[in-house]
Design a protein around this ligand. Structure first.
Ligand code: CP
Ligand code: NVA
Length: 309
Protein backbone atom coordinates (compact mmCIF):
# COMPACT_ATOMS: atom_id res chain seq x y z
CA UNK A 1 0.00 0.00 0.00
CA UNK A 2 2.82 2.39 0.88
CA UNK A 3 5.16 1.38 -1.93
CA UNK A 4 6.51 4.42 -3.76
CA UNK A 5 4.74 6.85 -1.44
CA UNK A 6 6.23 9.74 0.53
CA UNK A 7 6.03 9.79 4.31
CA UNK A 8 5.71 13.47 5.15
CA UNK A 9 2.92 13.40 7.73
CA UNK A 10 0.87 10.80 9.63
CA UNK A 11 -2.17 12.77 8.43
CA UNK A 12 -1.50 11.41 4.91
CA UNK A 13 -1.51 7.78 6.11
CA UNK A 14 -4.65 5.69 6.44
CA UNK A 15 -5.36 3.90 9.73
CA UNK A 16 -4.45 0.63 7.97
CA UNK A 17 -1.14 2.07 6.78
CA UNK A 18 -0.27 3.19 10.31
CA UNK A 19 -1.06 -0.30 11.58
CA UNK A 20 0.97 -1.84 8.77
CA UNK A 21 4.05 0.22 9.72
CA UNK A 22 3.67 -0.72 13.40
CA UNK A 23 3.20 -4.43 12.64
CA UNK A 24 6.25 -4.57 10.39
CA UNK A 25 8.24 -2.55 12.95
CA UNK A 26 7.53 -5.20 15.62
CA UNK A 27 8.39 -7.98 13.15
CA UNK A 28 11.69 -6.40 12.09
CA UNK A 29 12.62 -5.75 15.72
CA UNK A 30 12.05 -9.42 16.55
CA UNK A 31 14.09 -10.50 13.51
CA UNK A 32 16.96 -8.16 14.38
CA UNK A 33 17.01 -9.47 17.98
CA UNK A 34 16.95 -13.07 16.77
CA UNK A 35 19.74 -12.44 14.26
CA UNK A 36 17.52 -13.29 11.28
CA UNK A 37 18.71 -11.54 8.13
CA UNK A 38 16.12 -9.29 6.47
CA UNK A 39 17.74 -7.69 3.44
CA UNK A 40 14.53 -6.21 2.10
CA UNK A 41 16.38 -3.23 0.57
CA UNK A 42 19.42 -5.05 -0.80
CA UNK A 43 21.35 -2.84 -3.22
CA UNK A 44 19.26 0.25 -2.44
CA UNK A 45 20.52 3.64 -1.31
CA UNK A 46 18.94 6.25 0.96
CA UNK A 47 20.14 9.86 0.84
CA UNK A 48 19.88 11.63 4.19
CA UNK A 49 19.80 15.43 4.06
CA UNK A 50 20.36 17.12 7.40
CA UNK A 51 19.82 20.87 7.68
CA UNK A 52 19.56 20.52 11.50
CA UNK A 53 21.49 18.50 14.11
CA UNK A 54 20.67 14.92 15.02
CA UNK A 55 21.89 11.97 17.07
CA UNK A 56 19.04 9.42 17.00
CA UNK A 57 17.68 10.14 13.54
CA UNK A 58 21.00 9.90 11.75
CA UNK A 59 22.13 6.79 13.64
CA UNK A 60 18.84 4.95 13.29
CA UNK A 61 18.30 5.64 9.59
CA UNK A 62 21.92 4.86 8.69
CA UNK A 63 22.07 1.68 10.77
CA UNK A 64 18.58 0.70 9.64
CA UNK A 65 19.50 0.92 5.95
CA UNK A 66 22.57 -1.23 6.59
CA UNK A 67 20.49 -3.85 8.43
CA UNK A 68 18.05 -3.89 5.50
CA UNK A 69 20.91 -4.72 3.13
CA UNK A 70 21.22 -1.25 1.63
CA UNK A 71 23.34 1.79 2.31
CA UNK A 72 22.74 5.35 3.50
CA UNK A 73 24.53 8.54 2.55
CA UNK A 74 24.83 11.35 5.10
CA UNK A 75 24.43 14.64 3.26
CA UNK A 76 24.94 17.73 5.36
CA UNK A 77 23.65 21.02 4.13
CA UNK A 78 27.17 22.40 4.41
CA UNK A 79 28.45 19.98 1.78
CA UNK A 80 25.56 19.95 -0.68
CA UNK A 81 25.15 22.61 -3.37
CA UNK A 82 21.67 22.96 -1.82
CA UNK A 83 23.40 24.84 1.02
CA UNK A 84 24.83 27.26 -1.57
CA UNK A 85 21.44 27.95 -3.04
CA UNK A 86 20.91 25.22 -5.68
CA UNK A 87 17.11 25.03 -5.98
CA UNK A 88 15.24 22.18 -4.30
CA UNK A 89 13.54 21.34 -7.58
CA UNK A 90 16.90 20.69 -9.25
CA UNK A 91 18.43 18.88 -6.26
CA UNK A 92 15.40 16.60 -5.93
CA UNK A 93 15.43 15.63 -9.61
CA UNK A 94 19.19 14.97 -9.57
CA UNK A 95 19.05 12.92 -6.37
CA UNK A 96 16.13 10.87 -7.72
CA UNK A 97 18.41 9.68 -10.54
CA UNK A 98 20.87 8.11 -8.08
CA UNK A 99 18.89 7.17 -5.01
CA UNK A 100 15.98 4.90 -4.04
CA UNK A 101 14.75 7.11 -1.20
CA UNK A 102 15.46 10.48 0.37
CA UNK A 103 15.20 11.41 4.04
CA UNK A 104 15.13 15.09 5.02
CA UNK A 105 15.44 16.97 8.30
CA UNK A 106 14.94 20.67 7.82
CA UNK A 107 13.24 23.86 9.01
CA UNK A 108 10.16 24.83 7.00
CA UNK A 109 7.73 22.02 6.22
CA UNK A 110 7.30 23.54 2.76
CA UNK A 111 10.87 22.43 2.00
CA UNK A 112 10.05 18.71 2.33
CA UNK A 113 6.80 19.23 0.43
CA UNK A 114 8.71 20.93 -2.39
CA UNK A 115 11.29 18.15 -2.35
CA UNK A 116 8.59 15.48 -2.54
CA UNK A 117 6.88 17.29 -5.40
CA UNK A 118 10.01 17.10 -7.56
CA UNK A 119 11.41 13.76 -6.39
CA UNK A 120 10.61 10.52 -8.25
CA UNK A 121 11.60 8.42 -5.22
CA UNK A 122 9.93 8.33 -1.79
CA UNK A 123 10.72 11.25 0.52
CA UNK A 124 10.65 10.68 4.29
CA UNK A 125 10.20 13.59 6.72
CA UNK A 126 12.79 13.22 9.49
CA UNK A 127 11.59 16.40 11.28
CA UNK A 128 10.49 19.82 10.20
CA UNK A 129 9.44 22.81 12.27
CA UNK A 130 5.86 21.52 11.84
CA UNK A 131 6.03 17.72 12.19
CA UNK A 132 8.13 14.76 13.37
CA UNK A 133 6.14 11.76 12.09
CA UNK A 134 8.88 9.09 12.37
CA UNK A 135 9.22 9.87 16.07
CA UNK A 136 5.51 9.66 16.77
CA UNK A 137 5.08 6.39 14.84
CA UNK A 138 7.96 5.09 16.97
CA UNK A 139 6.19 6.28 20.10
CA UNK A 140 3.03 4.40 19.09
CA UNK A 141 5.07 1.21 18.66
CA UNK A 142 6.71 1.78 22.04
CA UNK A 143 3.34 2.33 23.71
CA UNK A 144 2.16 -0.98 22.21
CA UNK A 145 5.16 -2.70 23.83
CA UNK A 146 4.37 -1.23 27.23
CA UNK A 147 0.57 -1.05 27.18
CA UNK A 148 -0.50 -3.76 24.73
CA UNK A 149 -1.29 -3.76 21.02
CA UNK A 150 -4.74 -2.21 21.31
CA UNK A 151 -4.16 1.52 21.73
CA UNK A 152 -7.83 2.53 21.56
CA UNK A 153 -9.08 4.33 24.64
CA UNK A 154 -5.69 5.07 26.18
CA UNK A 155 -5.19 8.64 27.35
CA UNK A 156 -2.05 10.58 26.42
CA UNK A 157 -1.19 13.92 28.02
CA UNK A 158 1.38 16.21 26.45
CA UNK A 159 2.77 18.99 28.63
CA UNK A 160 4.87 21.89 27.38
CA UNK A 161 5.51 23.70 24.12
CA UNK A 162 3.01 23.12 21.31
CA UNK A 163 5.64 22.17 18.74
CA UNK A 164 6.40 19.68 15.96
CA UNK A 165 6.08 16.78 18.42
CA UNK A 166 2.71 18.00 19.69
CA UNK A 167 1.45 18.41 16.13
CA UNK A 168 2.53 14.90 15.20
CA UNK A 169 1.06 13.44 18.40
CA UNK A 170 -2.31 14.91 17.44
CA UNK A 171 -2.12 13.17 14.05
CA UNK A 172 -0.74 9.93 15.51
CA UNK A 173 -3.25 9.67 18.33
CA UNK A 174 -6.12 10.47 15.96
CA UNK A 175 -5.15 7.50 13.75
CA UNK A 176 -4.41 5.18 16.70
CA UNK A 177 -7.58 5.97 18.66
CA UNK A 178 -5.69 7.44 21.64
CA UNK A 179 -7.43 10.27 23.53
CA UNK A 180 -4.96 13.15 23.42
CA UNK A 181 -4.79 16.25 25.60
CA UNK A 182 -2.14 18.92 25.23
CA UNK A 183 -1.47 21.44 28.00
CA UNK A 184 0.33 24.54 26.79
CA UNK A 185 0.66 28.13 27.98
CA UNK A 186 -1.53 30.60 26.08
CA UNK A 187 0.13 31.53 22.80
CA UNK A 188 2.15 28.28 22.66
CA UNK A 189 -0.59 25.93 21.48
CA UNK A 190 0.09 23.47 18.65
CA UNK A 191 -0.69 24.40 15.04
CA UNK A 192 -4.37 25.32 14.52
CA UNK A 193 -4.70 23.71 11.09
CA UNK A 194 -3.10 20.48 12.33
CA UNK A 195 -5.48 20.49 15.31
CA UNK A 196 -8.49 20.82 13.02
CA UNK A 197 -7.23 18.12 10.65
CA UNK A 198 -6.52 15.80 13.59
CA UNK A 199 -10.02 16.32 15.02
CA UNK A 200 -11.43 15.28 11.64
CA UNK A 201 -9.09 12.27 11.41
CA UNK A 202 -10.15 11.25 14.92
CA UNK A 203 -13.76 10.79 13.82
CA UNK A 204 -12.72 7.50 12.21
CA UNK A 205 -11.24 6.00 15.39
CA UNK A 206 -13.36 7.79 17.99
CA UNK A 207 -10.34 9.43 19.61
CA UNK A 208 -10.65 12.84 21.23
CA UNK A 209 -8.12 15.63 20.66
CA UNK A 210 -8.15 18.43 23.24
CA UNK A 211 -6.17 21.55 24.07
CA UNK A 212 -6.05 22.95 27.61
CA UNK A 213 -3.84 25.32 29.57
CA UNK A 214 -3.66 23.44 32.88
CA UNK A 215 -1.03 20.65 32.97
CA UNK A 216 -2.83 18.94 35.89
CA UNK A 217 -6.09 18.83 33.96
CA UNK A 218 -4.22 17.19 31.06
CA UNK A 219 -2.32 14.69 33.22
CA UNK A 220 -5.35 13.56 35.23
CA UNK A 221 -5.73 9.76 34.89
CA UNK A 222 -3.36 9.76 31.89
CA UNK A 223 -1.89 6.44 30.78
CA UNK A 224 0.99 8.17 29.00
CA UNK A 225 2.57 11.52 29.87
CA UNK A 226 4.87 13.06 27.26
CA UNK A 227 6.89 16.20 26.96
CA UNK A 228 9.56 17.74 24.77
CA UNK A 229 12.09 20.53 24.95
CA UNK A 230 10.83 24.04 25.65
CA UNK A 231 13.11 25.43 22.92
CA UNK A 232 13.27 23.47 19.68
CA UNK A 233 16.05 23.60 17.12
CA UNK A 234 16.03 27.08 15.63
CA UNK A 235 14.70 28.65 18.88
CA UNK A 236 18.03 28.66 20.73
CA UNK A 237 17.92 32.46 21.15
CA UNK A 238 14.58 32.23 22.96
CA UNK A 239 15.69 29.53 25.40
CA UNK A 240 16.14 31.74 28.48
CA UNK A 241 12.84 33.53 27.94
CA UNK A 242 11.06 30.22 27.33
CA UNK A 243 12.35 28.81 30.64
CA UNK A 244 10.26 31.48 32.39
CA UNK A 245 7.18 30.98 30.21
CA UNK A 246 7.11 27.18 30.61
CA UNK A 247 8.23 26.84 34.26
CA UNK A 248 4.85 25.44 35.36
CA UNK A 249 4.83 22.90 32.50
CA UNK A 250 7.33 20.43 33.89
CA UNK A 251 6.87 16.67 34.08
CA UNK A 252 7.70 15.97 37.71
CA UNK A 253 6.53 13.81 40.62
CA UNK A 254 3.80 16.26 41.61
CA UNK A 255 2.26 16.21 38.12
CA UNK A 256 2.49 12.43 37.82
CA UNK A 257 0.66 12.02 41.14
CA UNK A 258 -2.62 12.84 39.35
CA UNK A 259 -1.95 10.43 36.43
CA UNK A 260 -3.02 6.78 36.30
CA UNK A 261 -1.04 4.59 38.73
CA UNK A 262 0.41 2.61 35.80
CA UNK A 263 1.39 5.73 33.84
CA UNK A 264 4.41 5.66 31.54
CA UNK A 265 6.45 8.75 30.74
CA UNK A 266 7.96 9.33 27.31
CA UNK A 267 10.39 11.83 25.82
CA UNK A 268 11.74 11.86 22.26
CA UNK A 269 15.09 13.20 23.52
CA UNK A 270 17.28 15.19 23.72
CA UNK A 271 15.97 16.14 27.19
CA UNK A 272 16.77 19.17 29.27
CA UNK A 273 16.69 17.90 32.85
CA UNK A 274 15.36 20.45 35.30
CA UNK A 275 13.37 22.12 32.53
CA UNK A 276 10.60 20.11 30.81
CA UNK A 277 11.33 17.02 32.94
CA UNK A 278 13.11 16.39 36.22
CA UNK A 279 16.15 14.12 36.37
CA UNK A 280 14.31 11.96 38.89
CA UNK A 281 11.38 11.28 36.55
CA UNK A 282 13.51 10.78 33.45
CA UNK A 283 15.57 8.16 35.29
CA UNK A 284 12.48 6.52 36.82
CA UNK A 285 11.08 5.95 33.30
CA UNK A 286 14.42 5.36 31.57
CA UNK A 287 13.35 1.86 30.48
CA UNK A 288 10.49 3.30 28.41
CA UNK A 289 12.41 6.38 27.20
CA UNK A 290 15.39 4.40 25.91
CA UNK A 291 13.12 1.77 24.35
CA UNK A 292 11.55 4.73 22.58
CA UNK A 293 14.98 5.85 21.35
CA UNK A 294 15.86 2.31 20.21
CA UNK A 295 12.55 1.88 18.44
CA UNK A 296 13.37 4.69 16.00
CA UNK A 297 15.54 2.05 14.34
CA UNK A 298 12.84 -0.61 14.03
CA UNK A 299 9.99 1.71 13.08
CA UNK A 300 11.97 3.56 10.43
CA UNK A 301 13.17 0.26 8.98
CA UNK A 302 9.51 -0.59 8.52
CA UNK A 303 8.81 2.80 6.91
CA UNK A 304 11.76 2.40 4.51
CA UNK A 305 10.93 -1.21 3.69
CA UNK A 306 7.31 -0.34 2.90
CA UNK A 307 7.94 2.83 0.89
CA UNK A 308 11.21 1.88 -0.83
CA UNK A 309 10.80 -1.92 -1.04
N1 CP B 1 14.37 12.46 18.80
C1 CP B 1 15.16 12.85 17.79
O1 CP B 1 14.72 13.07 16.65
O2 CP B 1 16.48 12.90 18.11
P1 CP B 1 17.65 13.53 17.24
O3 CP B 1 17.40 15.00 17.13
O4 CP B 1 18.91 13.21 18.00
O5 CP B 1 17.66 12.89 15.88
N1 NVA C 1 10.94 19.69 19.18
C1 NVA C 1 12.30 19.27 19.06
C2 NVA C 1 12.38 17.81 18.75
C3 NVA C 1 13.79 17.26 18.68
C4 NVA C 1 13.83 15.81 18.31
C5 NVA C 1 12.99 20.10 17.99
O1 NVA C 1 12.39 20.34 16.94
O2 NVA C 1 14.13 20.51 18.21
Amino acid sequence: MLKGKDMLSIHDLSVDEVNEILALGHELKAKQKAGIEHHILKGKTLGMIFEKSSTRTRLSFETGMYQLGGQALFLSNRDLQLGRGEPIKDTARVMSRYLDGIMIRTFGHDRVEEFAKWSDVPVINALTDLLHPCQVLTDLLTIQEHKGKNLKGLKMAYVGDGNNMTNSYMYGCAKAGIDFVSANPKGFEPDRQVFENACKDAEETGASIKLVNDPFEAAKDADIVVTDTWASMGQEDEHEERKKIFKDYQVNAELLAVADKRVIVMHCLPAYRGEEITDEILEAYADVIFDEAENRLHTQKAIMALTMG
